[in-house]
Design a protein around this ligand. Sequence first.
Ligand code: XMP
Length: 317
Amino acid sequence: DWTPASFVTETVAHLKQQIGDHQVIMALSGGVDSTVAATLIHKAIGDRLHGIFVDNGVLRKDEFEKVLHTYRQLGLNVKGVDAKGLFYGELKGKTDPEAKRKVIGKLFIDVFQEESQQIAGVKFLGQGTIYPDVIESVSVHGPSQTIKSHHNVGGLPDTMHLELVEPLRFLFKDEVRKVGLELGIPADMINRHPFPGPGLAIRILGEVTEEKVQLLQAADDIYIQELKKHNLYSTVWQAGTILLPVKSVGVMGDERTYEYTVALRAVTSVDGMTADWAHLPYEFLAHISNEIINNVRGINRVVYDISSKPPATIEWE
Ligand code: XMP
């Protein structure tokens, strides 16, 4: 019988055998899968697992510090790399969504490779691949891939000669969560919504600048905190804000304003393949709208996305 406890015991034993006394490097994203995979590997080989967590400048507000803190609490050997400036520099002037994804994917690999060269004798690459990713990558050259190129570490060049360590390869998401809780990972880390690799860059339509990131981070933080406060966070599959590339007129006191619009997105879904817009209470939406407009200078209008997937997608880019 499969139980989280027996899975942990068997997997740790297997990892010890597979890795021996070698070193493992792994990119951590703050997401559920990579955190659970890293914690398992760490349980097997301790600090010979070298985690790399990159601040690409398009994470959520305070995410880099908060997630690093959680990793430290879990005892993981993780290096935080602040590469914000590098990413903002390369994103400058890029407006096409795929171009933005490419920049982020490529820079990420550059940073990761550079970091891995600092560690002597790395033989393995840890990854948080789960079973649905395995199935999806089989059809990677199918039509779905031409719609959006999903960024992950799978694009690491073969020249790194690393063997893969993927302890979650046969698990579904709900099983990964159970294993995570079994390992003592905090519940709020385990129950996080999915967040795309290219982060807020694909939620800022058009060119990404540091100023726009800060604006969107502020709005997003209000939205997510309030969803949690009102016990709505766990009722939706994914939520976030999108900064639209339009400004519109508003009034503040006697002044006419001309500022950005933010769209709120929240969906219910099982696996992200199809999704329905979440029927959040009007009172809650009204509250969020006021909170954002009153607290985030530069945003004077909030709209709610009522499109389902298909034909819309969850992200706007
Ligand atoms: P869409 O927008 O395709 O999103 O309906 C489905 C799920 O995939 C996530 N997503 C991405 N994740 N890199 C990622 O790592 C990407 O480029 C990317 N695009 C979309 C999205 O957040 C949702 O969970």
